[in-house]
Design a protein around this ligand. Sequence first.
Ligand SMILES: NC(=O)c1c(N)nc(OC2CCCC2)nc1O[C@@H]1CCC[C@@H]1O
Length: 326
Amino acid sequence: MNNSDYENYIKLKDQLNIYRRQYYTEDAPTVQDFEYDRLYQELLKVESAHPEWVTNDSPSQNVGGAINSAFPKFRHEIPMLSMDDVFSLEESQASAERIKKFVNQTDVEFNLELKIDGLALSLIYENGRLVKGSTRGDGFVGEDITPNIFQIDDVPKTIPLKERIEVRGECYLGKDSFAELNNKRLEDGKSTFANPRNAAAGSLRQLDSSITKSRHLQTFIYFVIEPENYGLKTQSEALKQLQEWGFATNNQNRVVNDFKEVQNYIDEYQEKRLDLPYNIDGIVFKVNDFKLQSLLGNTVKVPRWEFAYKFPPIEAHTHLRTIEWT
Ligand SMILES: NC(=O)c1c(N)nc(OC2CCCC2)nc1O[C@@H]1CCC[C@@H]1O
């Protein structure tokens, strides 16, 4: 073993862990997402060549980040997992093919969803009333932020369902609210947030829930725990049911069967993303049928039935790009 390769690997792992702490725990990253993604993919490549070097403090073995101990801890009954990222159409096609092969079916339907650039949250309702709100934390133990969840206008405080249910989604700050917040902070001589995702995380993980209320956070709920318990058969059906129960859902999802439709959806939202009122950083591919999802199951860190295609980073100049009408 070439010692310097191992030393470089350890340096890369330690650097990524510093970036994760800044992003997940301090809500104040010092690198752009695409730079983090690039280094993370480099770590994965080294680890697949040297699996014997991998230890459980590696970013590849953990989801999310450490929690802020000021909040009560909340252990998730079912871990809040993350998702593997792919960075090209070809890779997304290969991932889709791998899934089809795993279930030995050629016509697997995928539900495509916009990947909202926010932070994951979990909501629990008992007898139709909101009783618990928590962050993902490290995927197993998150922060109990229930008082703050009650300050988010689009989170229903009651739903027309008597059974106990847990739903999950993304908390985000719209682009306009983000600009207003940062302008106000500038006027008050305060530091500004790097991007809407960090502003949302900083606002949701506030100890003073009146500050959370002032930040106009929003949510998109996209996940029902044990959906079969509510007679739901597919992810697209679950999104409709969530909306009927009163949750804020993102209706730009699309059920697709073949790769041409995937390409159309990705092209369409690569274009539209600058005009959307919220940040997205990719597209989430989910096997639509819940029975197939159960067949695929989860790995230690990510479900096998979903993955994310990440858009290339928005270069500063593209904002200024004039559209050449052909
Ligand atoms: N950010 C999103 O818009 C998004 C989405 N539309 N759908 C999912 O599905 C979950 C289901 C099980 C694991 C991922 N996750 C999303 O975001 C994840 C949550 C945690 C890390 C990513 O942000």
